[in-house]
Structure formats: C-alpha cells, structure tokens
Design a protein around this ligand. Structure first.
Ligand SMILES: [Zn+2]
Length: 337
C-alpha cells in the first residue's frame, strides 16, 4: 500500500502527515494501532527510519523492534484488552505476505476461540530425516549469522612433535586460512572472510582451535570441538565426545603433517581433556588423505551416512576412536608431555 510518488504510508504517519493512534515511540521505533485489527488491540511497530525489508533494517532498530513488540505484548492485558496470548507476526517480502513495504511487526492479542489461525496446505508439514535437517543447518551455520564481534577464543595450549607444532589460532590467521580452506573450494561454494570468521569464532567458544605450523610456517588448522551432532550424542549417552576437523595447506599435504597433527590433538583429547571418544565427522569416501591420516591414528569407520539421492554429499563417513581403543594401542606410552 505504498502511496504513489514513492511516499510511504508509515513514513507519512510518523511524520504527522497521516493520522494514527500512537501508543509508543522511542529513538528507533514507533507503535500505533492497526486500522484493520485482527483482534481489538492489534498494534503495529515500525522503525522510525524507512526500511523496506528486514535486510534493509539496521541491527539496533531490529533489536528495538522486537523489544518494543515484547513490551507492548505485556501492556495489552494490563490495558484491559482481551489478551490470553499474543502473536508477533512480521511479513517480509511479497512471498511472505508483506503488503506495506516499510518493515512492521504486528502485535496481535489472542484468546481461546477467537477463530484465528495460521493455515497451510494439507501436504504441510512434512517430516524430514535428521540428515536432511543437518544438511540445511550446516549450510546455515556457514553463514556469518552471528557476525560476532568477539575474537577467536584464546587458549594457552601448544603441542609439538618434531617439526610439527600446534599453536593457538588467533585473529591474525584469517588470510592464511582463507587460502587453504578454499583449496579446493567446498561443494557449497567458496568461503568468504566473513564465513570463516563467523564459523571459527563461534566454534572456538566450545573448542580448542589450533594453527598447524611446520618449521614455523602456517600449514593448516584443526580444532578439538565438543560434539555438536545430535545423532552421535544420542548414540553415546553420558560420554564426553569431541570431534577433530583438520584442513592442511596444499604445500604440506602428503608429507604426514595431517597425521602428526591429528595424533597430537588426539593425545591431548584423551590425556589432558580426559574425553571418552573423538570423532572425525563427514569425511568423504574419496578423501583418501583424510581417511589415511585418521586411520594411522587408530580411527575406525563408524557407519556410512546415507544422503538423499541427487545430493553431492554421498558416501561420507564418520570415523571414531574410543579411549579404550587408544589405550590398548599404547596411546598412553606414546604420550610425551
Ligand atoms: Zn517508510
């Protein structure tokens, strides 16, 4: 319902050029009564600055929008409005049902028997497998959703064996990592600097992130992360499970660098962290280098993850080594502090 000439009705309302019944206003948002309420008390919260879509809205205005919606929801019943529940509803884009292209959050009072419901076609909802959920979640986790201002978590652990050293990852390592993480690029496309920062900073709060160095030169990265895959956690209840994810620079591949780094971190996991099992997740069947490096360290194939036909994620394996297996292979004897 944008007015001809590019004039926006919500901008006009806030500028006092169109009538509205205001209920709230601060530096970021205004709220006023919807003129065609779904239930009595139906409020619209809009940003003060014009933003057509969510993607155009600044982070602070986004926060204030929701916060105002939350506060107004709390005010509804106190104001004597019939309100046993509330729906916050925001339609973004034409496909999402947006009619006025100035972001607005509906605050809708609800009560039992009000006859309102969100509907969907009979073929929804469909239940999907955990693998499918993980695939989608994995693609989302790669986005820089957090845009975290917090740097990679610092830790004081350095591990070494011969010329191979694992030292803490820092904020100075992004450019080197960008190179080896995209060599070759992932099935889902190249990682941007934002991708890398987002995912590694986030991971680091639940893991030890390391840079592998050979003769003082950065040769890859790897981390020992608390297990975050629900299907694996469910199969090993009550156990301290971790996962190792390595990436080795091309120039250092085929030289035993990955094998040495995985060995160092596996020992650290069992000896210092006292964990029960360590996994390597989603290793491609054709990634012989990875399978070899984990195999040399006693990791065994756990089960084949079946991916839906037509995807590019077929034939991935989860590998694992348990504390018992590591001990029986003489792991403790091999440990040199
Ligand atoms: Zn506007």
């Amino acid at each position: 319902m944008t007015v001809a000439g590019g004039n926006c009705v919500f901008c006009m309302i806030q500028a006092g050029k169109a009538p509205a019944s205001f209920v709230y206003r601060d530096g970021f948002v205004s709220a006023f009564m919807d003129t065609t309420p779904i239930n009595p008390g139906h409020i619209l919260v809009v940003p003060r600055e014009h933003a057509a879509r969510l993607k155009d809205l600044g982070p602070e205005a986004g926060e204030r929008l929701f916060r105002a919606g939350q506060m107004l929801a709390g005010a509804l019943p106190k104001a004597g409005i019939r309100c046993e529940g509330v729906n916050l509803f925001l339609a973004d884009g034409e496909a999402g049902g947006q009619d006025v292209f100035h972001v607005h959050l509906h605050v809708i009072p609800r009560f039992i028997g009000d006859g309102i419901k969100l509907t969907y076609m009979e073929h929804h909802p469909v239940s999907v497998s955990r693998d499918e959920l993980e695939k989608v979640a994995g693609a989302l986790r790669k986005q820089d959703v957090w845009n975290s201002p917090d740097p990679v978590r610092a830790h004081g652990v350095t591990l070494r064996e011969g010329e191979v050293v694992l030292r803490p990852m820092t904020e100075d390592d992004w450019s080197a990592m960008l190179e080896w993480c995209n060599d070759p690029p992932d099935d889902e496309g190249a990682w941007s600097l934002g991708d890398l920062r987002g995912i590694y900073r986030c991971i680091s709060y639940d893991s030890y992130n390391f840079i592998i160095e050979v003769d003082g030169k950065p040769a890859g990265d790897l981390y020992l992360q608390r297990m975050n895959i629900p299907t694996i956690i469910e199969k090993w209840p009550g156990k301290d499970l971790r996962r190792i994810d390595p990436c080795v620079a091309r120039w250092a591949r085929g030289k035993g660098v990955g094998t040495a780094a995985i060995g160092l971190l596996t020992r650290f996991g069992f000896e210092v962290e006292k964990c029960d099992a360590i996994f390597a997740c989603n290793v491609c069947a054709d990634n012989q280098a990875s399978l070899h490096a984990f195999g040399k360290n006693g990791y065994e194939k756990m089960w084949n993850t079946e991916w839906p036909p037509g995807t590019t994620m077929e034939n991935q394996f989860d590998l694992a080594i348990t504390l018992e297996k590591w001990m029986s292979a003489g792991g403790r004897k091999a440990w040199k502090a």
